[in-house]
Design a protein around this ligand. Structure first.
Ligand SMILES: [Zn+2]
Length: 313
């Protein structure tokens, strides 16, 4: 399995076994071999707020596992919006940890490799040392609890969200077993220089120096179309829409550098609310695979690099 490529499957009480089984048939038909279970709207206890759902039970996960063989898929979990490593309010931090705990437990029931989560959704001021301390404590606690799924905080898409690629790698690199989730569309949206070959190569070099990546320990990557505004990410869209995420350039470097067996690619494209455009995340995955398996290499970026004029590197 050289290429690990797939999409997210949102887990909610509405995901019946029948629907899941239909989806899996669709996945098999399209050679999808990675699935990210989305727990984004899950809450602890009874879901009282509209739009939220309780976490799936072990029984529900077992029912899903009867359809999905963990041997055939590279499985991961996307944690809920309720996790924040940037908050300094003790109650919120404790609540974050409880949600992290539940998500890790579910990831282990599934046999998932890692748990992706947004590091700071409460929009606190960036404080690298503080987040490093929180993540280090969480990692020690994760090991103490005996959870297998690794933590993989995600590169944020808004300029004010925690954190950019380099900050996150620096922090995760000091913590045993901790990975990052490199969302290239978020990286692009917040002004990261993935619009040049050098910018992408820089990142791959740093990843190689920091993590021990291989076919069994892949770096989680996300990609999607992205609408970018003044503050970074506005919303996800399809690959051919929005502000022109340089996915072909990034994928070309991955191909050239023989990096595809070190990453797991998850497509997070979606049609924005109230927009009528053709396609969905599955059609974007199919496009991505076609490109990855072709001899085509894109060497330069011809789009507009978002609206942010402050670039990191
Ligand atoms: Zn993402």
């Amino acid at each position: 399995m050289a290429i690990s490529l797939g999409l997210s499957l949102s887990y909610s009480r509405f995901l019946s076994q029948e629907r899941a089984s239909k989806k899996i048939q669709e996945f098999q038909k399209n050679r999808i071999n990675a699935i990210e279970f989305g727990l984004l709207n899950c809450v602890l206890g009874k879901a009282r707020i509209p739009g939220t759902v309780p976490y799936p039970s072990e029984k529900q996960i077992k029912a899903i596992l009867e359809i999905i063989s963990p041997i055939e898929y590279y499985l991961s979990v996307h944690g809920p919006y309720r996790i924040s490593a940037t908050t300094d309010e003790p109650k919120k931090l404790q609540y974050s940890k409880s949600n992290l705990s539940k998500s890790l437990l579910i990831a282990d029931w599934l046999g998932a490799h890692h748990l992706t989560f947004h590091s700071g959704s409460f929009k606190r001021k960036h404080n690298n040392a503080y987040v490093q301390k929180v993540l280090t404590e969480w990692e020690e606690w994760r090991q103490h609890k005996g959870y297998n799924a690794k933590m993989a905080p995600e590169v944020g898409g808004k300029y004010n969200s925690f954190a950019d690629f380099f900050t996150l790698v620096e922090i995760a690199g000091t913590i045993d077993n901790c990975l990052i989730t490199w969302d290239i569309s978020h990286d692009f949206a917040r002004g990261g220089k993935i619009t040049t070959e050098d910018g992408v190569l820089n990142r791959l070099n740093l990843l190689d120096q920091t993590f021990d990546l291989n076919a069994n320990n892949r770096l989680p990557m996300h990609f999607s179309g992205m609408e970018v505004g003044k503050a970074g990410e506005k919303h996800h869209t399809l690959l051919d829409h929005g502000t022109g995420v340089p996915w072909k350039l990034v994928f070309s470097v991955l191909k050239e550098q023989k990096y595809l067996d070190k990453v797991s690619l998850i497509c997070e494209s979606k049609v924005p609310k109230n927009e009528k455009i053709r396609g969905d995340s599955l059609s974007d995955v199919i496009r991505a695979r076609e490109f990855l398996e072709s001899d085509e290499f894109v060497k330069s970026y011809s789009g507009k690099p978002g609206h942010l004029d402050y670039y990191f590197n």
